[in-house]
Design a protein around this ligand. Structure first.
Ligand code: PLP
Length: 396
């Protein structure tokens, strides 16, 4: 269409959102179980909601400072110190409208046309599209199930060129659930230490959903800390997706750049959500721990259930709330009506025959996999796995 800017042609609609839309439509007529959304099924803890109500009653209904209320930025610095042993000053923190917005700010602040951005696959859907929106070039490094979908330092170094400007990854990872250990991060940091022009965007939004023990941030390595932009937020660990609060901790230079961009783009995020975020960060951590325990239980339920289905290859997810089986052994099979050619066909087949929605791995740069979100009740998960097994058994 001639009215629209060229950049619309560079990017795709997120397939996660497209699948959710499809399953909602089918859900009007059938009992659909949705395993496609990346959203906690818990409601926001009460003390956080109470803080938001109080904020409104107390008159916090005006524009906020672009980078966020000083009290919130101080609470975030305190969180970084307490939970990650990372020291940032409030002027190194920028609060945005969700972690997605924080990542977009960082990419806008860093990427010029034709700059290369290294993204290990499987990756979160939006990284590549955000880079393309800024006319940068995503450079993908394939990571495999044998390596728990983690990037090894040799492959990282091989992908670096004089045009490499940045690197983006998530740990815990959406979609694989992989969690990098301190040792694995140290090995990547050692490579980055040799290339002082490369910036590292470390997406840690699933920090609090980690079954491997302590969360480790790549920003802990002093040799590269100034070049790391730690992205985090309230959405996943505090069940606050709709509140839209994300933030970064970074060098002062990067924080100022993101603030400058945000100042012309969205301004400061919601006053009410910021007040709620202060209560969440400074408040009772038990609800977060309880949610994490529920995810840990469901993870076992799902990974054990998937083992009962022949032909799937899975890693052992150590964080986030996804399983990411390789389903390629079903490609070329048929239920008598149509042939499953790829992961997208498999998702559509399962959705249309047994009413379970999953997301094709194509959305995450992994066309042999499907993503199953276990951010839903144990009962629904048991039923969904039963249905998936029945559907796949019919393929030959
Ligand atoms: N990063 C990853 C890896 C995610 O999975 C998501 C949400 O699904 C986000 C960032 C965005 O989080 P927010 O809701 O805070 O924008």
């Amino acid at each position: 269409m001639q009215h629209l800017a060229k950049r619309l042609e560079y990017i795709n609609e997120p397939q996660t959102i497209a699948m959710a839309k499809l399953s909602r439509e089918l859900g009007l007529k059938h009992d659909v179980i949705s395993l496609s959304l990346g959203e906690p099924d818990f409601t926001t803890p009460k003390h956080i909601i109470d803080a938001a109500k109080k904020a409104m009653d107390d008159g916090f209904t005006f524009y906020t400072p672009v980078a966020g209320y000083p009290e919130l930025r101080t609470a975030i610095c305190e969180k970084f110190r307490r939970e990650n042993n990372l020291i940032y000053q409030p002027d190194q923190v920028v609060v945005s409208t969700g972690a997605k917005h924080s990542i977009m700010n960082a990419i806008m602040a860093l990427i010029n046309k034709d700059d290369e951005v290294i993204i290990p696959t499987p990756y979160w859907v939006s990284y590549s599209e955000m880079v393309k929106l800024m006319e940068g070039l995503p450079v993908f490094i394939k990571c495999t199930v044998e390596n728990d979908y983690k990037l090894d330092p040799v492959n990282l170094e091989k992908a670096i060129t004089p045009k490499t400007k940045a690197f983006i990854f998530s740990s815990p990872c959406n979609p694989t659930g992989s969690v990098y250990s301190k040792k694995e991060l140290a090995a990547l940091a050692e490579v980055f230490a040799k290339y002082p022009d490369i910036m590292i965007i470390s997406d840690e939004i699933y920090e609090h959903i980690n079954f491997s023990g302590h969360h480790e941030s790549i920003a802990q390595f002093e040799s590269i800390k100034d070049r790391v932009i730690v992205v985090n937020g309230m959405s996943k660990g505090y069940a606050m997706t709709g509140w839209r609060i994300g933030y970064i901790g970074a060098s002062k230079e990067i924080a100022q750049a993101c603030e400058k961009i945000q100042g012309q783009y969205t301004s400061g995020t919601s006053s009410i959500s910021q007040k709620a975020a202060i209560a969440a960060l400074n408040g009772d951590t038990r609800p977060t721990a309880e949610m994490q325990a529920a995810y840990a239980r469901r993870k076992v339920l799902v990974t054990e259930g998937l083992k009962e289905i022949p032909g799937l290859k899975c890693n052992n997810p150590e964080g986030a709330f996804y399983a990411f089986p390789d389903v390629s052994s079903y490609f070329g099979k048929s239920d008598g009506n149509s042939v499953i050619k790829n992961a997208t066909d498999l998702c559509m087949y399962v959705l249309n025959t047994v009413y379970v929605s999953m997301v094709t791995g194509e959305a995450f740069g992994a066309p042999e996999n499907v993503r199953i979100s276990y951010a839903t009740s144990d009962e629904k998960l048991v039923e969904a796995l039963k249905r998936i097994k029945t559907a796949l058994e019919k393929l030959s």
